[in-house]
Design a protein around this ligand. Structure first.
Ligand code: SAM
Length: 365
């Protein structure tokens, strides 16, 4: 198994992404005799060996099931052990295309951190490209090294280095980078060392990933001083848009609805009064339920009945539809051509994807 190639059948020692739910994906190395314990049941690894990636398996005990997914950088980003803040797919996908990273690209990345973006770069540049990744924190460097080996990513050269003081040179290798990604607290200190490792014969692009605007300003100053051009700062502000159709209702229908509520409330109170008079049974009983029932037309009244109904464009089949115009009871299919609709879009009020500002620049040699 490698992040660079797809594979059909799961074998011992392969990495599998156990998809338990959208928010619960567990990466695991399959080993015979071991088990995956989840709140949905116990899944022996022996059931996974020989299964196909993408397959669903049932638990040996319990009633649960999981999907055995092929590892991808996107799933890894969602499930990796965090050692630092990481770059999420929202940003990494945008950066990869803005830096024009392709199979065969030579990419410089600092720092490696949890290796989230490293996996995305490694998959994109593929086996004919090279990622030069740098990390100055020894335990993080070692963890990342182990992961890259385990995930069979031989196209990553990982170096234990402080790039702000010691630069990016790698012994015996012409780095010749054509894309640079800096996710460091002080990228402006590293920028001055790039001249010695970026390509001299083709366009080079850079992206600096910084959470504060003060860092962006210092980065832009350093880029300008080193003759990078086309400088542009971008913020990825992803948000969900919901697009749907809403039924058009007019004022007459709203007025009819209010009249209907009033009429039913009066009728309910009258009925309650009569019941209290005629039946000792009801004397001390709370009969709110009955009044409520009276008021709640949705469960009692058939569709399209009475003056309160929303009128379809034509009156065809309204009764059969069992439709209650006020949202209770049977529901009508959105866009039903018998009614009038308008297209509506709404966005989430909060922007959830902001992690950092992305400063891009280029050099044409
Ligand atoms: N982009 C990474 C990812 O997606 O997982 C996360 C990077 S993390 C925010 C920043 C990393 O840069 C940290 O692990 C830190 O140790 C490392 N770092 C900070 N300054 C450094 C420097 N001068 N040289 C090398 N690494 C550095």
């Amino acid at each position: 198994m490698s992040f660079l190639y797809y594979k059909d059948v799961i074998e011992e020692e392969d990495l599998v992404m156990a998809f338990i739910s959208r928010n619960d994906i567990k990466p695991m190395i399959v080993k015979s005799g071991e088990t995956l314990n989840t709140r949905y049941g116990v899944f022996p690894h022996d059931l996974m060996i020989g299964a196909r990636y993408g397959e669903q398996i049932a638990s040996a005990k319990g009633y649960g099931f999981i999907h055995l997914l092929q590892p991808t950088p996107e799933l890894w980003t969602l499930s990796l052990p965090h050692r630092t803040q990481i770059v999420y797919t929202f940003d990494s996908s945008y950066v990869v295309q803005r830096l024009r990273v392709l199979p065969g690209s030579r990419v410089i990345e600092a720092g490696t951190g949890s290796g989230s973006f490293s996996h995305a770069f490694a998959r994109t540049i593929h086996s004919n490209g090279r990622l030069f990744s740098y990390e100055f924190h020894k335990p993080r460097y070692e963890e990342a090294k182990g992961e890259f080996e385990c995930h069979k990513l031989p196209n990553i050269t990982l170096t234990h280095r402080d790039v702000c003081t010691d630069g990016f040179k790698v012994d015996g290798v012409n780095v010749d980078g054509d894309a640079v990604f800096l996710d460091l607290p002080a990228p402006w200190e590293a920028i001055e060392h790039l001249d010695e490792v970026v390509a001299k014969d083709r366009r080079v692009s850079i992206c600096c990933f910084s959470p504060c605007i003060e860092q962006v300003v210092k980065t832009i100053e350093a880029l300008t001083a080193k003759n990078w051009n086309g400088i542009e700062m971008v913020e990825v502000s992803g948000r969900k848009w919901e697009a749907h159709r809403e039924m058009v209702r007019d004022v007459d229908e709203a007025v009819a609805r209010l009249k209907d509520i009033k009429k039913r409330a009066v009728a309910g109170l009258e009925r309650k009064r009569k019941l209290n008079q005629t039946s000792d049974e009801f004397e001390n009983e709370d009969i709110d339920i009955q009044t409520t029932e009276e008021n709640d037309i949705s469960h009692k009244e058939p569709a399209g009945k009475g003056e309160t109904d929303l009128k379809p464009k034509s009156d065809q089949n309204t009764k059969d539809r069992g439709y209650n115009p006020f949202g209770k009871g049977m529901r009508i299919r959105e866009g039903d051509p018998a009614y009038n609709w308008i297209n509506v879009t709404r966005s989430e009020p909060e922007v959830k994807s902001h992690t950092s500002y992305l400063t891009f620049a280029y050099r044409n040699q």
